[in-house]
Design a protein around this ligand. Sequence first.
Ligand code: GUN
Length: 166
Amino acid sequence: MKREDLLIKELNLQAHPEGGFYKETYRSEGVILEKHLPENFEGSRNYCTSIYFLLKTNEFSAFHRINQDENWYFHEGSSLTIHQISPDGIYTKTVLGSTILEGEVFQHTVPKNYWFGATVNQPDSYSLVGCTVSPGFDFKDFELANSKQLQKKFPDHKIIIEELTR
Ligand code: GUN
């Protein structure tokens, strides 16, 4: 069995709607009440959540956005590129990996409300990373991009948007 499929099995990862496979590994007991959260949150949220996230080569994490910052941590496998577009249309990419002398980073924060997706850098490989958000994750805060709408909003980034949407 390929190592990525072994990891999916051993870590009990499930398919994620953005692409790739994930499992929640932590959800804090503590809850932040809706009245203490910014207005765009509907309902209460746990303080914090963490997941494993595994992406295979030739797959992608599609452009999506959430209401809170997301911290990414490299675990193993190929380096992974995080592609992000800020709300005012600036595209940047960050390589999450372990070759820090060549500009890769072990950790990266995607700011809240940025559109972001990810791709694996090495052929025939995978990336295993961790993602943590606070307030804790809820699919109510998660929006997958509509390809045509995002291309219309950010025409300068049409090619990468076409690549990272379904
Ligand atoms: N739980 C389910 N999906 C996600 C996700 O995309 N990010 C984080 N941090 N937690 C999740």
